[in-house]
Design a protein around this ligand. Structure first.
Ligand SMILES: [Mn+2]
Length: 287
């Protein structure tokens, strides 16, 4: 069996990596992390080279998060708006490529925080499939894969379950498209985390370990043994990344509804979270 990598999202520390705080990469490497989720939206293209160089020097694998912002509507009835969202995603794919990133993931099959007040229509589902298919074909030229992330009902009405995302993946039918499972969202929407993880065997290309309150993994009530047993049973060998939002920047806070401190500090979340994920990965022979 392969070996998982333990990662951490940059949002634990900052919403934007710049020359000034680039040492955050050295810091996470020092704790023991092998990988980091980078916010593609907030990374300047001109800075990509510097960021990539530092990561490569440290041996830190980068992955790219880039949920659609509210202004980019992939499932809008307006064709112009859909085209604009597709164009935006292609730009993020290019950015991922420049950063040496092979997986671009997030809530990308629709726009988080945009609701119609109704269940999704067949037409909207079709727009999502059509849009992702186009971006996936484009991304394949750059060796980039797309990870569709599970998202709970308060962030989107399009798809909320692993089962629904698997149906969407089948419709998209592109080899470089898979799932990003996230325990925070799944804890809200799935009946059984173990069964859900196993149902996505061979389709999961990234994994977010989030506590039920999005604080330090291991301090809440996510059934972590079920989660890690699931990962073991599907032979998962990619990145397991801690995602949390200690940084309080407005754009992140409003989308994720984080209004209070989730851990004493970013440092304690990173260190204690790493120790816990490492311990669980060892227990289930993922490392
Ligand atoms: Mn996530």
């Amino acid at each position: 069996m392969g070996k998982v990598k333990i990662g951490i999202h940059q949002h634990v520390f900052t919403s934007k990596i710049t020359e000034q705080n680039l040492s955050v990469l050295d810091y996470v490497k020092e704790i023991g992390f092998d990988s980091m989720d980078v916010n593609l939206r907030n990374t300047e293209l001109v800075f990509a080279k510097t960021l990539r160089k530092r990561a490569e020097k440290l041996g830190l694998v980068l992955t790219g998060g880039g949920s659609l912002p509210k202004t980019k509507e992939l499932v809008s009835p307006d064709k112009e708006k859909r085209t604009e969202a597709i164009k935006y995603m292609k730009e993020l794919v290019r950015k991922a490529y420049e950063l040496g990133i092979e997986i671009y993931h997030g809530l990308i099959y629709t726009t988080g925080g945009v609701f119609t007040g109704k269940s999704p229509t067949e037409e909207e589902f079709g727009y999502a499939v059509e849009g992702i298919k186009e971006v996936a074909e484009y991304a394949s030229q750059y060796g980039v894969s797309l990870g569709l992330e599970t998202a709970n009902r308060y962030e989107t009405y399009m798809v909320n379950t692993v089962e629904g995302l698997l149906r969407m993946l089948d419709a998209i039918d592109e080899p470089n498209t898979g799932l990003l499972l996230d325990t925070y969202h799944m804890n809200i929407e799935e009946k059984d985390l173990y069964k859900s993880i196993v149902s996505a065997k061979g389709r999961t290309i990234h994994f977010h370990v989030n506590e039920n309150d999005r604080g330090t993994p291991g301090t809440g009530h996510i059934p972590w043994d079920d989660v890690f047993k699931g990962l073991k049973d599907i032979g998962y060998d990619k990145v397991i990344a801690i995602e949390s939002f200690v940084d309080d920047s407005i754009d992140i806070a409003s989308l994720t509804a984080v209004w209070r401190k989730l851990a004493p500090s970013a440092e304690s979340l990173a260190k204690e979270g790493y120790a816990f994920i490492r311990k669980m990965s060892e227990k289930y022979l993922l490392i």
